[in-house]
Design a protein. Structure first.
Length: 391
């Protein structure tokens, strides 16, 4: 009953503020708004930077590059520049799992081991649903949840930048042998590991690589012709931005900071602003799978919403993430409006995507330097939009 009460309270709070919120942006000048976004960036001449897109009612009202995609060849960032988007990729992996469920190829309550036969014996029922919502009890390979497990060639702790190397097969074998760090359903615990395992589920069911499956089921139907789940970082991708980090001790100098690791599922998707708007718009009019709106509703279900009728609600340390993480989308509220978002980062690439479905408004920020916080830029743009709309 507590879950239903909380959901009802959220709904009433939302209804109480929608009348005001829907009219906030009515008088915004696009030029004024774009100039305000420009003001968030210092001069990016001869520096890496970001591509920033703001979508309103299906079109970009701001679509601009700041800085350089490639410093060696003086190539500027544009709306066609390809960025690696880190964990924003997870919602594409989640969508592929949802598409397989829609077609009856799996059930969200199926055990992971059913589709990965050589998976570690967790001695607990760990389901696809657990993995999607980070309630599996599995740890995260990046966050030292498994000390002394990931080693490099000289038996030292593996470095997740670009210093050390695993092949995809080597990495997959290691994570398939990892135990849980707590019982399933006890606690929300963000796990990149779980999303790589979900990619293996999708591959084993479909008989295709995740790259091939995403091409067939998402990118081709949406005509996202420049997007790819890149499971081989040595592939040539036209218009791809290099990623950079500031060179310590050298003013205005940079070092290339790209990855040499190729597994995907938790990340690994490359896309551009001009492609990503097609993904954003699919949340309003679904073109994937059976083209039903129910697929989008599935993508907006949190873990506890999938367990409303379950008696197993003995969760530890209840916190907001239990209610708000839905198929790799975080739900929060801003000015009474639902705000779906997710960030991503890997080596020098950072990304953040936010969508306000109720007013047809989204922000997309892709960066190729870790000196710029894509999430901070995203949040600043939201503040600007609503502030300008009040004037």
């Amino acid at each position: 009953m507590k879950i239903m009460t909380d959901l009802l309270e959220r709904s009433l709070a939302l209804l109480g503020s929608l009348i005001i919120s829907f009219n906030l942006s009515a008088d915004i000048s696009h030029e004024e708004f774009s100039n305000s976004i420009d003001g968030l960036f210092d001069s990016r001449e001869n520096k890496p930077g970001c591509a920033v897109g703001v979508i309103k009612d299906g079109e970009y009202i701001h679509n601009k590059g700041y800085g350089m995609a490639n410093l060696e060849h003086d190539i500027a960032i544009t709306s066609d520049t390809i960025f690696r988007i880190g964990s924003v990729s997870k919602q594409f992996t989640a969508m592929l799992i949802a598409l397989l469920e829609e077609r009856g190829k799996l059930s969200f309550d199926d055990e992971m081991k059913q589709y990965i036969p050589d998976l570690y014996n967790y001695k607990k029922k760990v389901t696809i649903n657990h993995m999607i919502h980070h309630f599996s009890g599995l740890g995260d390979y990046e966050d030292n949840d498994y000390p002394d497990t990931f080693k490099n060639a000289i038996d030292e702790e593996f470095r997740w930048g670009n210093e050390d190397y695993f092949s995809n097969d080597e990495f997959h074998q290691i994570i398939k042998d990892l135990p849980l760090i707590r019982d399933p359903e006890k606690k929300f615990w963000y796990s990149n590991t779980g999303y790589v395992l979900l990619s293996l589920v999708a591959q084993n069911i479909s008989g295709m690589t995740l790259r091939e499956l995403a091409q067939k089921e998402i990118f081709n139907p949406l005509q996202m012709n420049d997007s790819i789940f890149n499971d081989d970082v040595n592939l040539i991708i036209k218009n791809r931005a290099d990623a950079y980090s500031p060179r310590k001790g050298y003013k205005d100098e940079y070092k290339i900071n790209v990855t040499n690791l190729s597994w995907i599922g938790d990340g690994g998707l490359y896309t551009s602003l001009n492609d990503f708007i097609k993904w954003d718009q699919n949340f309003y009019s679904n073109k994937l799978g059976m083209k039903k709106s129910s697929l989008i509703k599935t993508m907006e279900q949190s873990y506890l919403e999938t367990k409303v009728n379950s008696e197993n609600q003995n969760l530890e340390n209840e916190k907001e993430d239990q209610y708000t993480y839905a198929f790799a989308q975080n739900l929060s509220y801003f000015n009474g409006l639902k705000k779906w978002s997710h960030s991503g980062s890997w080596v020098g690439w950072l990304a953040h995507y936010t969508r306000f479905e109720e007013i047809g408004f989204s922000i997309v920020v892709f960066c190729n330097t870790d000196e710029i916080d894509a999430t901070a830029i995203n949040n600043d743009i939201i503040e600007l939009y609503f502030q300008l709309g009040k004037n």
